[in-house]
Write a new protein. Structure first.
Length: 373
């Protein structure tokens, strides 16, 4: 117990400002899902609320796991998830034309979601094991490239372009922060730019190719492939500054906006809550991400610094890609808005990121309390 207090020490040490911020984002998401269902907690808000409560409690419990345990478990977890991705390819459950899930009977597991976290931790552990002077040599590039590339290709085969891109982005962020020379990233970007037309024409599925073409020319098929993004822009624009008011959205309530409770939930929200509601939601996410980056800056070990930065940018990529997608600034790649979109996969991944960040933050606090600074 705290001296002179009634709050148990483990609870008092938690970063309650961030936890309350996450609860506020998730709670606002439940309000949006309630409205998207026409003023009913079913079928989305009630289920989402239960998942949020379970995953948040799980994250708080997992935050008690010491950093050394996360570090020791990196390779076994990465290997298990890699095997699970092979299992998805061989035995995976097919839904919506994609093969992304393992049906375990009591739960349908999507290993690619957890791999976003595992790749960041694996790359951080790789550079933690490497002497700092070796970071600018080729082994510092080849090893992480293999750690990123294999799950990237397996996820692309499902097919799931959005998740594959996030796996690649998370790993590349850790590589950059570890000190890999900038010229290699520039060279890689140029190579991708050269290979992109070939990939679009020969590697991507038809629906993925159409999404990119619609992004380049949104008006070419407004009633077909471009329907989602056209209706999303209409919903966001019609909300104006203050929005139409709670339960007064027309695009979602009249079923003009497809996937208004999942990938395009931000458009559903913006129509009713307007520019003000959208800016406040983005600000809340940015405060969470900033806290995660601060945790990494205060960390002592190289692993903790890189892991915290990589996990924080993983949350950033979720938010940035989804918002760009619904506003027509990026192709539609199926990335949900975490804690707001209906579904447990992204929610689980983000709260796992927060659990590890809270674990690193707890160690930082203990070190400072013990006079380590």
């Amino acid at each position: 117990m705290r001296s002179g207090g009634i709050v148990p020490e483990p609870l008092a040490q938690l970063p309650w400002r961030v936890i309350l911020l996450v609860l506020a984002i998730g709670g606002f998401g439940l309000v949006v899902l309630y409205s998207a269902a026409g003023g009913s907690v079913r079928p989305w808000a009630l289920s989402q609320g239960i998942k949020l409560a379970v995953f948040l409690v799980g994250a708080i419990v997992a935050s008690r796991v010491p950093e050394r345990v996360w570090k020791a478990g990196v390779w076994p977890v990465y290997g298990a998830l890699l095997l699970a991705l092979f299992g998805v390819e061989a035995l995976g459950h097919i839904s919506g034309g994609s093969q992304r899930w393992l049906d375990l009977g009591f739960i349908r597991l999507q290993p690619s979601e957890l791999m976003k976290v595992a790749v960041v931790l694996a790359c951080a552990r790789f550079y933690d094991m490497m002497p700092p002077g070796e970071v600018r040599r080729w082994p510092a590039v080849v090893g992480p490239a293999a750690l990123i590339g294999l799950p990237f290709l397996l996820v692309m085969a499902q097919p799931d372009l959005g998740t594959a891109l996030m796996i690649g982005a998370g790993g590349a962020t850790v590589m950059f922060l570890a000190g890999v020379p900038l010229r290699l990233f520039v060279g890689g970007a140029l190579s991708v730019a050269v290979a992109a037309p070939l990939a679009v024409n020969f590697l991507l599925h038809d629906y993925q190719r159409n999404r990119i073409l619609i992004f380049l020319d949104p008006e070419s098929d407004p009633l077909g492939t471009g329907y989602h993004i056209s209706q999303s822009k209409i919903a966001i624009g019609s909300g104006g500054i203050w929005g139409k008011g709670f339960l007064n959205g027309t695009q979602s309530h009249l079923d003009y906006l497809p996937e208004g409770h999942t990938d395009f939930v931000f458009a559903t929200m913006a129509e009713e809550w307007g520019l003000v509601g959208g800016c406040l939601l983005i600000l809340a996410f940015m405060l969470v991400i900033r806290w995660g980056i601060d945790v990494g800056q205060r960390a002592e070990s190289r692993f903790a610094k890189l892991a915290a930065a990589g996990l924080s940018t993983t949350i950033f990529f979720y938010v940035a890609i989804n918002l760009s997608m619904v506003m027509g600034l990026a192709p539609v790649v199926g990335i949900p808005l975490p804690l707001v979109s209906f579904g447990g996969s992204a929610q689980m991944t983000v709260l796992l990121c927060l659990a590890i960040l809270m674990s690193i933050d707890r160690q930082n606090r203990q070190r400072m309390k013990g006079g380590g600074w």
